[in-house]
Design a protein around this ligand. Structure first.
Ligand SMILES: Cc1ncc(COP(=O)(O)O)c(C=O)c1O
Length: 365
């Protein structure tokens, strides 16, 4: 579950304690029987549970909850079901079996939120909130004022949709324009094709990682997220975490690629979230084989290593590396020039997690 939920409980005046985190299973999906048990316990303790929040495409691993099971539970317990589909809801557009599995049951939610600045490939900021009934928004947000009331005609003709009655903002920018233009220019089918290809590319990268003895996949790859780390015999969890943090910094500062990092069950992961629509055509290897190269290049670079035998000891010794190169040094500047070189003509280096091109990687290796 993304941290926004805890924050929202605070904003709503409920306090962070009103949020109850439900355990997840081996597949990182919410344990629905455990959730049912927690609801019963809360009721027995005199509390008043009112909302279940499930996720389609979690921030860390891309896992999705069993939304049908959550919808059954919500119906049984008379609770609101909200789905955080910030990333994953857009998978609905893809003709891809894993995408279909991820979004199954999503249409049973009372509300769904998702970001088009994520898998809609649009520039920040544009998000969507869909509720089952319009009144769910107007009953919550409508506020009357003499300068906001409808008129018989003109620009404030009654019957118009007042967006300020449907959300927190009064004055708002015309965000919808870029959605409309994208759908007109590209269409939802093309968006779906990009999304399906991103999933296939992530699976491909996951396969490359799984085949490489020195890499370890830290979570399944249900959508477009790949979490992996370098591993080496003889290093304990702390040393591996420190080493992989340094590899991540090196990947970023050397301009090879911009994965992010996270911690999965205590293990630091290099986290590649692929939403790059520039990597067209059948050449998944061209685009994402680079990830294997970059990982290989990165840990060699991180540890100054050549031979597999020497790798482990030197890798352990490289743990201080990140701190030795503060932002603004040559290393940072190298990123700028490499990023520019790596960017395909007419496109900036993508905000996606895997923006290093083969050329850029090749230059490094
Ligand atoms: C599942 C999920 N929920 C919420 C968010 C937060 O999105 P935003 O930063 O657009 O509010 C993210 C961001 O990655 C996410 O992956």
């Amino acid at each position: 579950m993304h941290s926004w939920l805890k924050k929202s409980c605070d904003f709503l005046g409920l306090g962070e304690d009103a949020f109850r985190r439900v355990p997840v299973g081996a597949d990182f999906a919410v344990d629905v029987p455990a959730m049912a048990q927690m609801i019963a316990e809360d009721r027995a303790a005199g509390l008043n549970p009112f909302c279940i929040v499930g996720t389609v495409g979690t921030v860390q691993t891309g896992a999705s909850d069993d939304v049908n099971a959550l919808a059954d539970l919500a119906a049984r317990e008379k609770l609101w079901l909200h789905i955080d589909g910030a990333f994953g809801a857009m998978a609905k557009l893809a003709q891809h079996p894993q995408a279909a599995a991820a979004v199954r049951g999503m249409d049973r939610a009372d509300s769904i939120a998702f970001d088009l600045h994520k898998w809609g490939y649009l520039p920040f900021d544009i998000a969507m909130l869909i509720t089952r009934e319009d009144r769910h928004l107007t009953e919550t947000f409508a506020n009357q004022a003499p300068y906001l009331t409808g008129m018989a005609g003109g620009i404030n003709a009654s019957g118009s949709i007042y967006f300020n009655d449907r959300g927190i903002e009064l004055t708002r920018s015309f965000r919808a324009l870029k959605v409309w233009m994208t759908l007109r220019a590209q269409g939802s089918e093309l968006l779906g094709a990009h999304i399906g290809r991103n999933i296939a590319q992530a699976q491909y990268l996951g396969g490359l990682v799984a085949r490489e003895a020195e890499l370890e996949l830290l979570a399944p790859v249900p959508l477009n997220l790949v979490n992996y780390r370098f591993r080496a015999p003889g290093l304990d969890t702390d040393a591996l975490n420190a080493l992989n943090r340094n590899i991540l910094v090196r990947l970023q500062e050397d301009g090879i690629a911009v994965p992010s990092g996270t911690v999965i069950r205590g293990q630091f992961a290099i986290r590649v979230r692929n939403r790059n629509f520039n990597r067209g055509g059948p050449s998944i290897r061209g685009a994402y084989g680079a990830q294997a190269d970059l990982a290989s290049a990165a840990w060699r670079a991180a540890a100054g290593l050549r031979s597999p035998a020497g790798r482990v000891r030197a890798a352990g010794a490289s743990v201080q590396m990140g701190g030795a190169h503060p932002a603004g040094t040559d290393r940072t500047r190298r990123w700028d020039s490499r990023a520019r070189r790596a960017a395909p003509r007419g496109h900036g280096a993508s905000g996606g997690s895997a923006s290093g091109e083969r050329r850029g990687v090749g230059g490094r290796a």
